[in-house]
Design a protein around this ligand. Structure first.
Ligand SMILES: Nc1ncnc2c1ncn2[C@@H]1O[C@H](COP(=O)(O)OP(=O)(O)OP(=O)(O)O)[C@@H](O)[C@H]1O
Ligand SMILES: [Mg+2]
Length: 398
């Protein structure tokens, strides 16, 4: 069956190489195949499931458009993401990427049930994950207590396994590019599921992704991606590290105050770690449930993952391995704000050149809001588009 499908796709590829009427025919053919596999969902079905995308069904809205809760006739509860954000990617590419992402199946990754193209609209249909996103729990003091240490540890380990799957075990390397608390959903057993994977594939030409976050509202972006547009799996490792430190501290990296005499959460954690007091970053609500050795190990893993030089960060399989062992001796993380000279050199002409010192780059200053002009954003955008594959297919050596 799989071979048959492959040969059909091959035929389609040949068809698509020429004229536009053939292209339309080909697209229709592809739609038929996809529909057969029940991944292509008719728009009408989604409109019915969400009561015509009624505001009461809206779960939230992120950078790519609103998300609605819905129910299919067969009883399945779904989350429909209406992609309002336009990409140059055509209908055909969108469908083939969505199809590929539909094949992604892992306990710690939200299942993409199907997709829909309706006129200029593109929609993605996911399984509905009942316990909301991690940010809604972790950063609301009234609910944070529901996350005891065991739950948080299991969440950390689950996200690590999900990322390992996306990076290594799935058939295609999928760099998420947007690991953050709102993209981690929890099911009714608190099993974490990574949402919004594959946006780098669906929006390969999307520079807005970097631009909208360049002013620092995000706090999860690796310095080499933020400043040079270098996308590799290590970008996800960095964001994962930030998330680990957020889970332990209950603090958002992006809105970290100066109260702790540190530039950001990572810097604060590192300073305390160097003084042998890393456990002080721990969320006080964890006091009764925490296993100190495990917490200390996770802090160290978080710091290893957020090192400035991507080469020094562990891979996700290594993180999974470390988490599966009893706390033991780990290597020393390097100071998080300092990047190696290679980065400094290539960075001197970019938007954040004022942050470049002789010994390294302070990316925490680059993460300060309202410091970037439109021209600077443009120059960032072109540096991203020129040199790097943002589709997550060809990793830049990291
Ligand atoms: N599959 C799902 N099941 C349940 N809730 C979901 C699902 N997908 C998204 N949501 C909810 O919808 C909200 C909006 O999601 P969306 O991905 O648009 O925003 P975001 O994650 O904050 O930003 P971004 O666009 O950067 O991913 C999320 O915070 C989450 O609570
Ligand atoms: Mg999201």
């Amino acid at each position: 069956m799989a071979t048959k499908f492959k040969s059909l796709l091959q035929k389609l590829k040949t068809t698509f190489r020429s004229g536009s009427s053939r292209d339309t025919q080909g697209a229709e053919y592809l739609e038929q195949i996809a529909a057969k596999e029940q991944k292509l969902i008719p728009f009408q079905t989604l409109a019915q499931a969400t009561n015509n995308f009624h505001p009461n069904h809206k779960l939230g809205e992120g950078g790519f458009g609103p998300v609605y809760k819905g129910k299919l006739k067969d009883g399945r509860v779904i989350a429909v993401k209406k992609l309002s954000h336009h990409s140059k990617q055509g209908r055909r590419e969108f469908m083939s990427e969505a199809k590929l992402l539909g094949g992604v199946q892992h306990r710690n990754v939200v299942a993409l049930l199907g997709y829909c193209v309706h006129g200029s609209e593109k929609l993605l249909v996911y399984e509905y994950v009942s316990n909301e996103s991690l940010d809604k729990l972790l950063f609301k003091s009234s609910r944070r207590g529901e996350l005891d240490w065991k739950r948080r540890y299991d969440i950390i380990a689950g996200i690590a396994r999900g990322l390992q799957y996306l990076h290594v075990d799935s058939h295609n390397l999928i760099i998420h590019r947007d690991i953050k608390a709102s993209n981690i959903l929890l099911d009714d057993n608190w099993v974490p599921k990574i949402a919004d994977f594959g946006m780098a594939r669906l929006f390969p030409d999307d520079q807005t992704y970097v631009n909208t976050r360049v002013a620092g509202t995000n706090g999860y972006m690796a310095p080499e991606y933020l400043m040079q547009g270098r996308l590799s799996a290590k970008v996800d490792v960095f964001s994962f590290g930030v998330l680990v430190l957020e889970l332990i501290s209950g603090q958002r990296n992006s809105s970290f105050g100066t109260y702790f005499q540190a530039e950001n959460l990572i810097d604060w954690a590192y300073k305390l770690y160097k003084k042998g007091r890393s456990l002080e970053i721990m969320d006080p609500t964890l006091a009764s449930s925490a296993v100190p050795d495990q917490v200390a190990m996770c802090i160290q893993i978080g710091l290893l993952c957020t090192q400035g030089d991507p080469k020094l960060r562990p891979t996700m399989p290594r993180v999974v391995l470390l988490l599966s062992k009893r706390p033991g001796t780990l290597e020393e993380p390097t100071r998080p704000r300092i990047l190696g000279p290679r980065h400094t050199k290539s960075h001197t002409k970019t938007a954040f050149s004022s942050d470049v010192g002789t010994s390294g780059v302070s990316y925490s200053s680059a993460l300060t809001t309202n410091t970037v002009s439109a021209t600077e954003i443009d120059s960032r955008a072109s540096s991203v588009s020129r040199g790097h594959d943002t589709r997550g297919k060809r990793p830049v050596e990291g």
